[in-house]
Each structure stands twice: as structure tokens, then as C-alpha cells.
Design a protein around this ligand. Sequence first.
Ligand code: ANZ
Ligand code: ZN
Length: 819
Amino acid sequence: MNTAYQPEVIEQAAQKYWQDRHSFEVREDLSKEKFYCLSMLPYPSGELHMGHVRNYTIGDVISRYQIMLGKNVLQPMGWDAFGLPAENAAIQRELSPHEWTEKNIAKMRKQFKQLGYAYDWSREITTCKPEYYHWEQWLFLKLYQKGLAYKKNAVVNWDPVDGTVLANEQVIDGKGWRSGAPVERREISQWFFKITDYADELLEGLQSLTQWPEQVVTMQRNWIGRSEGLQILFNLANDDAEFLEIFTTRPDTLMGATYVGIAFEHPIAKKAANKDKKIAKFLEQCQHTRVAEADIATQEKLGIFSGFYAIHPITKKELPIWITNFVLMEYGTGAVMAVPAHDERDHEFATKYQLPIVPVIASAGKSTWDYTKKAYTDPGILFDSGEFNQLTSAEAFNTIADYLIQNKRGERQIHFRLRDWGISRQRYWGTPIPIIYCKECGTVPVPEEDLPVKLPLDIIPTGHGSPLAKDRNFYRTKCPQCGKAATRETDTMDTFVESSWYYARYCCPDQDQTMLDDRAKYWTPVDQYIGGIEHAVLHLLYARFMHKLLRDEELLNSNEPFTRLLTQGMVLKDGVKMSKSKGNVVQPQPLIKKYGADTVRLFSMFAAPPDQSLEWSDSGVEGAYRFLRRLWNFAEEVKPVVIQLNQQALSHQFDDAELLSIRKQLHTTLRQANQDFGRNQFNTVVSATMIMLNLIIKLNAKNPDQARLITEGLSIILRLLAPITPHITHALWQELDFGEDILKSSWPKPSSKATQTNLIDLIVQINGKLRGQITVSHESDNKQIEEMVLQQENIQRHLGDKSIKKIVIVPGKLINIVV
Ligand code: ANZ
Ligand code: ZN
């Protein structure tokens, strides 16, 4: 009796099979090659969306494929459980973030299990648990000892009504998200990790990441932003003792400098403001409209003349000093020599404020470039530059640099765009920073043996003030040095800290004596990491930094955390990103219910290559389901014959040309599919299995030779699909008696004998028009070939009842039927 395809039944059975046998729980095993496959851990929002499904299915396909290749595969899962959404939800619903988070995790874990992901659940990590953040605090102390964690003043968004610091996401159009009050910028003391100490290594390490998307490597390189240049000293006019330093990467343009630009926080700007109310007002305005660094380039350029002049170090001319909103205080020296003829920003500003534009560089001596319209920013040859005329930009860089250095007016410098990582958050739902403040002893680190500093769980934040400062039990403590009353740090750590080392902790999640043990050295680096492109810069950079810190603590023994990176494309609906805010989210849950997890997995792998965006399509899901049902029904139909044959099929000698040809197609398709698996191109693997099914479904199972080919074909299709649709393939593998556990079967290899048969493909034409193709044996004579061609269904259709005048055969090439 044939059974119908019932995804619910077979999926539950397969999941139970894996669970009972602990199929995905792994240990270190030196006899096997290890493979660590990791998908970025989710934030437990409570809702699984198609973006998650796609991400986690890609990781699961890769893991299962590697298992079938015989490797020792680790694929863990956990929860990035600290963070603002929990706190916001708690404020809105008046329940503790802890409760909210726990509930969401339970919901999502259940959904993950329904999707059949091959996770080693015994290693599950929840970052808001003390067992986890204990070691983060421990590392903080190590970094503090080394001076790699330190405190300095930094600006925050301050909501004056709620009396609280706001995250950037909580500032909407310059106003607090709850109070609606205009947000102020306040400077407060905060904790930083000294990532800049590792800037050079983080940059150089990029060269070893040959299996990362180039785009991500470029983004990281730009973020680190190494610039070689010159710091130049300018004296101020009317005051020999006063000077100003600028940083430039283009000393070759020095003779074209027409003004100096300074940041509004620059000391000279402050000095100017003391003398002039208009300037003071301008500074205040800058303070309020400050934007993110990324937007500086596009915002309207504003400025005001400071009243001061700088003296050009070579021409001794007086250059006006302008206070501007496009020079950053945090970069270089907070001051630039402006060369409007050769820099776009300087040009835009000079045009707006009618400052002179003096060109000094052209592609070949003098040029036809209209410098009043647009800056010429390429290197070139110098003119109107006195003794430096005729030098190339590169030569001039060095000549001018040497000249200024000799005159003690210049210094070669390397600057990085990268800033130290501000890890302080003035929030409740995060890892407490293990620091105590004592009136007598100052800043005192919590002793290691007092860790973890536990976050109180029973707080329901109100959105006013700092919740941790209000919790007396937490806030008030004793100084570990003098024993007197002291207070705890109420800042918590940026949640990026937890997600920058979790991959290592999965290797030894039960270790309670230290942060990482030798198991972490066995499993790391992660062989394949999968996640969204939105993490291209920060998360990946922080994890790379953390990896180096852990290596320097001798807890790890490699230089980079992730060997190969796949950034999956977005899921779109009608061309726009599927997202809650757009209201176009498709929930996976109802689809799993209707079609089963295998269909959802198959669709998300088939619809596009993993790194490209995927357009959602209901009919595509329907199509995926139909394919699986067709596979199931066919397998059920041929089951009795397959069970009889499945032990011998592979060694059989076929001599029928048509069967040989089909077998050749099966194996060439398999060869391509295997290549595609290797390069994570799963959509074409799926189409390969569709082609294969089409090839064998036409065969007649009653014919013993054809039945053998059906058996071989099915065994290949099932194994190719096993990583993608693990449940149906698990069930059919057993049903057809191929073995007990398809994951333990060997990966199918194309037979070179099958693909190198002495078969040739001939084109079939009717009156010179291409009408088909046939495969014949090398040995077939013309008569046999003619017979075969005329039997072809599509040829018969084209011929209809027309009478054949003659058949021309060009050996090895084509057959032309003349009618
Ligand atoms: C003169 C000049 C002429 C410049 C020219 C460029 C082109 P990167 O490559 O990013 O390091 N600059 C320096 N400090 C700055 C700051 N704090 N805020 C904004 N801009 C600043 O850029 C270095 C260049 O950016 C420097 O070289 C300086 O302008 C500007 F034809 O100096 B340049
Ligand atoms: Zn003390």
C-alpha cells in the first residue's frame, strides 16, 4: 500500500530519531577533520521571520553536507539576549526584561526545532545568564589590568525630561522617543576598549581572509581607514607663541591652500566664541545639529570666520581660519588646510563663502580644467608652486614633507579612522561592568573571586533615570580595598561585547573555572560563518578584535575567528525588504504547518543563491511542495523494485545506448551539483535534483535495467537533497531500504565511467532547422541512428505525415531530415 506524503508525520519522526540518538551532539575527536559551522546567533525577539529561516537553513545545509562528507561537525545555537528591545518592551508592558526574554527564547527554540536544524542543543548559550557574562566580566578585568579597558569622557544623548541617556535608536528627529523632549548632548565619563592598539593588526589580518566576500573586506578596510600623511604647523598671525596643527594626506597641494578649517570644538573656536556672540551662537547650533559621522559628508556645509589668521609655512601669506561643521574634532588634529581647487569639500565650502580657489595641480602641467566649477582631486603635476613646480604629486609629497620636517614645521604621521570602542551603555538590561567606586580608593576593580557581578532580575524599568542606580541592593556595596561604603558602576556593556566572543564559548559552555579551555583551541577558528551583511563592519570587527585579545590571553591559538564568511542576501516581497516596519512579513509558522519544514527549507534554498536577495513567492513555495510530493509518490511507486535492487544497482553494466545516455546525464548533473555544493550554490543543486528526477521518472520500473537506473538515480537524489530537506530524505532512505541513517551514508560521487562512455550527442534537424538532439553509441551505424531518430517523440510530432525525402548524417555532428 502506498502512503501519501505527510510532512507532519515524517518530520516529527525524523526529529525524534535525531533527538533520541543525540545525532548532533559532538565531542572533540582528533581522528576526524573538524568542521565548525556557525550562523549568527539571533536576538530573541520572539518572532521567527523568513530572514531567520533563510540564514539558519543555509547554515544547516552546510553543516549536514559536511557531516555527510565524514567530518566532525559542530553547529551550535544560542541567544543574544541582552539589549534594548527587551528593556523597551518591559517599559511598555511593565514586566521584567528577564521574563520577556525567557518567553521569547522558549518560543523561538520550539520553532527552530520544528525546522529540523542539526544543532548541538547541549551547548545552547543565553548571553544574559550569569554563567555566560561572568567570563565577560573576567575578561574586562584582564583588559583593565593591561590598560586595554579605560575610562574617558564621551558624548551621549541626554533626555532632560526622562533624566536618562538615550541610545541613538531612541532619538527620533532629535527628540526623545518617549518624552518627545529635544535631546541634549552631554559629556560623561564612559568605558572604552582600546581597539586602536590593534588597528594595524586588524588591517593586516584582512589579507588572510581570502574566503570572505571582497565587499566585506573592503568595508572593514575603510572603517579602519589608515592614512599616511603629514602634520603641519601653522603659526597664528599677530601672535608668535600661538600655533595650529593640521593633518593632511596631500602635502603636494600645500601651495594651493587658501584658508584653514577647524572643528567647532577646536580650542581656537572656543577662543573666538569668547570674543564674539555670533560665533558663540554658531557653536551652540553645531552642538545641536551634530549628526552621525556617516552623514557629515552629505550635510549642508556651514561655517563662520573666526577672526583669526594662520600663516602659510612657505609663502608666509595670511590664511583666514574658518570654523566649520565638516571638520571633525575626533580625527587628525581637528584642523585642515583647505585646498578648494583639489578637494571637493573645501571646494563646496569656498564656493559658498566666496573664498579664493587657487589651482596648483593638473594632469599634465597646465590644464584646461575649470577649477571654479569643480575640484581636480587626482594626483598630477605641480604648477604655480615655486620651487616645487614640475614635480609629480608623489615626488612633491616627499619633497615638501622633507622640507617642512627640516624646518621643524612638519611631522610624518599615520592616522586611523578607527576609534576606540565605547562599551558603556547607560542601560539596565546588559552585563554589569565589574567596577566599584570608593571615595577613598577611587576606581576599584571587583576582585575575580567576587565575580559574577549579577544583574538584579526583578527590576521593571520605568524609562526614568538609571534603574541600576535606583536599586539600592545592587548600587550600594563595600569597597574591596578599604571596606568602606562604596557604589557600583551602573553602566552595562554594549551587547556587541557578548556577541564578539560567543563563538568561542560554544566550544566549552559548561566550563565554570575559566573563560575558555582547550576545547576552544580544537574547534576554533569557525570554518564557516553565516550572517547578514548588516554586520559587515561592527560585529565582525569586534569579533576579530576579541579573538586577538583572547589569543593574547593564551585562550585561543589562531589569529582570526572566521575562516570563511557567507553573507546571505535579503528576503524581499514585491521588491522591498521584508520587515516588520514595512508590514510585509511572511511568517514561516503557517507555512510549516501547511506544507512542512522541508518545503520551507527547499523554497528558501531554491529561490536564489544564498548571497543574493530572494524574492518571496507563494507559487514558488507551492512549487517546492509539489516537487517533494512528486518525489515521494514516485519513490513509493517504485519502492518494491528498489528494495530488491538497491544493493546491486551501482555495479551494473548497462549496454542500452539510451540508458547509458541517461546515466551519463545523471552523473554529469551530479558532478556539477557537487561543485555547486562546494561553493555554497544551493539553488542549482536543487535544480540538479529536479533534472535527475525528470530523467528517471520517465523510466519503466518493470524493465530490470531501467529499474536499476531508477534505483541509482533515487539514491543520488536523496543524498543530494538530504542537507536541504532532511526529513523527507531521512524517511525515504529508510523506506527504500538504502540504510538506516542517510546522514551516515557516503556522499555520492560521479562515476567517471558513466560520464566518459563512448556516447556522442548528435543534433537533429528537419530541413536544416534544429528540432532536437539524440545520444548514440560510437559504434551505431547509420541505419541504427536513423531508426532511433525516427522513434523520437518530438521528431515524430514535427514530421507529422510528411514524407521523408532523404536523411543526411554528418558523422559525429548532426542528422538532417529532408522532407
Ligand atoms: C589638504 C588636502 C588637499 C586634503 C586635498 C585632501 C585633498 P583621510 O584620507 O580620510 O585620512 N582632514 C584631515 N583632518 C580632518 C578632520 N578632522 N575632519 C575632516 N577632514 C579632515 O583624509 C585626510 C584628509 O582629510 C586630509 O588631507 C584633510 O584634507 C582632511 F587636495 O588636506 B586634506
Ligand atoms: Zn576604598
